[in-house]
Design a protein around this ligand. Structure first.
Ligand code: IMP
Length: 200
């Protein structure tokens, strides 16, 4: 039987790189939205990670008439009531850069002591087939916010997030190490299990 096509529903190149890497070795033909240039953007109007992941995956699965998944992810910082959460990408305003977001976060936490700098990354992946929901999975990674920007790997909030058990930020460890502990790595391993039983 020919391998089934799966479309990764994200226009974020950094996420796409991580997700493609994590899907290696599965019996699937992986496609991205670059293979469907006519496909429009989906507005992330949901108030939760689950709602946004579903919105995106459903749209891309319907459009491509195939298996599709999308993730919605973000950082939740305890000292600021779980913000930026679903607004992680645009925390410092429309059109902001990763650096703007990190600077804003560090500034907000400038008086927050080490013991109160707890945070977690969350990733929800929704999987749809031909427009129908087949499942959602979630991965989390707890840790804390550093006091300064450290490291050059990765993307987004990687230079300010120290995963539990490490004294380095996500941006100071390799992509391989990040995948073993990260929210996205965990969610994707759950999605792989899910897909394996779905495809059998
Ligand atoms: P989304 O496209 O709405 O899911 O936005 C996710 C945003 O959360 C990204 O733009 C990043 O700012 C942040 N984010 C998600 N995953 C990661 C990660 O693995 N490292 C660093 N930042 C991340």
């Amino acid at each position: 039987m020919k391998n089934k096509i799966i479309v990764i529903g994200t226009k974020n190149r950094d996420k796409l790189r991580e997700l493609k890497r994590l899907l290696r070795g599965m019996k699937l033909r992986v496609k991205s939205l670059a293979d469907f240039p006519e496909c429009e953007d989906v507005e992330e109007t949901g108030k939760t990670f689950v709602a946004n992941a579903k919105l995106k995956a459903r749209f891309y699965s319907k459009h491509t008439k195939s298996l599709a998944f999308a993730d919605d992810s973000g950082l939740m910082v305890n000292a600021i009531n779980g913000r930026p959460g679903v607004y992680s990408a645009r925390f410092a305003g429309a059109g902001c850069t990763y650096l703007d977001n990190n600077r804003k976060l560090l500034k907000m936490l400038v008086k927050t002591p080490e013991a109160k700098r707890g945070a977690k990354f969350v990733c929800v992946i929704a999987i749809y087939d031909n427009g129908k929901l087949i499942g959602t999975v979630r991965g989390e990674c707890v840790g804390k916010i550093a006091t300064e920007i450290r490291g050059a790997n990765g993307f987004g909030y990687d230079p300010v997030f120290i995963p539990k058990g490490f004294n380095k930020t996500y941006a100071e460890i390799s992509a391989k190490q990040k995948n073993t502990v990260s929210h996205r790595g965990r969610a994707l391993r759950a999605a792989q299990k899910f897909l394996q039983s779905y495809l059998n």
